[in-house]
Design a protein around this ligand. Structure first.
Ligand SMILES: Cc1ncc(COP(=O)(O)O)c(C=O)c1O
Length: 454
């Protein structure tokens, strides 16, 4: 992005000379220069060029209550003055962390009353891996170490997080996955369902869990981890047959079930958790993102009472982070949950904006580039194809990236996962803003099609 604005150029120079950006090709970014986001309000961002952009991704799926809420800034500044930091190690605690643990337990599925705090979703999943293995060791079954997860799932970027995730391009860097983590196919009908109906494919994909448990041996399997809806993998909404079959398999074998709720949690599906949406009964839930609406980093692991009862018998759990339950983050999260609850934001998503977004998005099905539109709650995906009937892709064209660039240039953030465009706007988005999002998306699809034909 070349700019005539000296201030933009100055920031881009700082980026080139000093910054290594996450998930980026450093050299390419130096040549192009990052877009500089300077401020935000509601569902809109502004960049240093003065462009107003509708944030169809709520940052990185996190800004649930929208940008610019003074109450969260107030909560942070009050807590910084009162107690900016103290830790939860060595038998101390502080009010914000304890009150937040209770507030999370109040909205979590029944019987999930304890929270272990972390600084991020990745740390939440690292914590999960260690806690699962500790749990089985206490129960006298130390061999139950293996965690089953899914190809193209995303569980973070730490060594354990990236190993649990099923992103092969992440595994290729750094000899991952670490031992004791195995993957099964994902329930991605559009991409991988072939000639099966979605429901046949959903059953097939779920049965892979049972096959893997039998292959590894139930005595060696500690847990199965999955996102209720895969987010970063491309908003993969499983076929309706999938979760019911998984539930049957989980009921049959003595393993733990971990729902990674980092994206689905805190209202994204129109329920507090994706597990509520699908009627799942997790033993542990990883949380982050919507917990603080991204205003400050925080994550955690919510743990079922029966699991805690076992952990209580195990002595020290030798695990924790300097910033576990950070008081400022906890105060912000508490205020965020209060706003979600008092303003009935999740109820409004369920009753009004989610049905509206899903209806408006599906109107894009008539576009020649669109092979499928799917979504749940305020999550959506648009599959870009060359042939609607066969679901065949454009080969080697980078259609998703072309479309993403048109979106940026036309005031909309839509993310591209390969040739799948995905959205997850702030939960406070209005119907008028949804209209704007869908009409901008259509315009960018038109521009993408013209570019492919031109
Ligand atoms: C489902 C899921 N789990 C875990 C993570 C990792 O969270 P973090 O980036 O806060 O470490 C993410 C991040 O996108 C995620 O989507």
């Amino acid at each position: 992005m070349t700019s005539n604005n000296p201030q933009t150029r100055e920031w881009q120079t700082l980026s080139n000379e000093h910054h290594l950006a996450p998930f980026s090709d450093f050299k390419q970014l130096k040549e192009k220069g990052p877009r500089i986001i300077t401020n935000a309000e509601g569902v809109y961002l502004w960049d240093s060029e003065g462009n107003k952009i509708l944030d169809g991704m709520a940052g990185l799926w996190c800004v649930a209550i929208g940008y610019g809420r003074e109450e969260l800034a107030e909560a942070a500044s009050k807590q910084m003055r009162e107690l900016p930091y103290y830790n939860l190690f060595f038998q101390t605690a502080h009010p914000p962390a304890l009150e937040l643990a209770k507030a999370i337990a109040d909205v979590a599925p029944q019987g999930m009353n304890h929270v272990f705090f972390t600084g991020s979703g990745s740390e939440g999943n690292d914590t999960m891996l260690r806690m699962v293995r500790h749990y089985w060791a206490i129960k006298g079954q130390p061999k139950k170490k293996t965690i089953i997860s899914r190809v193209n799932g995303y569980h973070g970027s730490t060594v354990a997080g990236a190993s649990l995730g099923g992103m092969t391009y992440m595994h290729e860097q750094g000899d991952l996955p670490i031992p004791g983590i195995v993957h099964i196919p994902q329930p991605y009908w559009f991409g991988e369902g072939g000639d099966m109906t979605p429901d046949e494919f959903g059953i097939w994909a779920a049965n892979q869990l049972e096959e893997k448990i039998l292959e590894v041996g139930v005595d060696n399997v500690g847990a199965f981890i999955a996102e209720p809806i895969q987010g970063a993998g491309g908003v993969i909404v499983p076929p309706e047959s999938y979760w019911p079959r998984i539930k049957e398999i989980l009921a049959k074998y003595d393993i733990l079930f971990v729902a990674d709720e980092v994206i689905c949690g805190f209202g994204r599906t129109g329920e507090w958790f994706g597990s509520d949406f699908y009627g799942l009964k997790p033993d542990m839930m990883t949380i982050a993102k919507g917990l603080t609406s991204g205003y400050i980093p925080m994550g955690g692991l919510v743990v079922r009472d029966e699991v805690v009862a076992v952990l209580n018998e195990g002595g020290d759990f030798n695990h924790g982070f300097t910033y576990s339950g950070h008081p400022v983050a906890a105060a912000v999260a508490l205020e965020n949950i209060r706003i979600l609850r008092d303003e009935k934001i999740i109820e409004r998503v369920k009753a009004e904006t989610a049905p509206y977004l899903q209806k408006r998005l599906r109107e894009l099905n008539d576009h020649p580039l669109v092979g499928e539109v799917r979504g749940v709650g305020l999550l959506g995906a648009i599959e870009l194809v060359q042939d609607k009937a066969t679901r065949a892709r454009y080969v080697g064209k980078g259609v998703g990236m072309i479309c993403r660039q048109f979106c940026f240039d036309n005031g909309l953030i839509m993310r591209a996962v390969g040739d799948t465009m995905i959205i997850a706007p702030p939960l406070v988005i209005t119907k008028e803003e949804i209209d704007e999002l869908v009409s901008k998306a259509r315009k960018c699809l038109d521009l993408t099609l013209s570019a492919l034909q031109g």
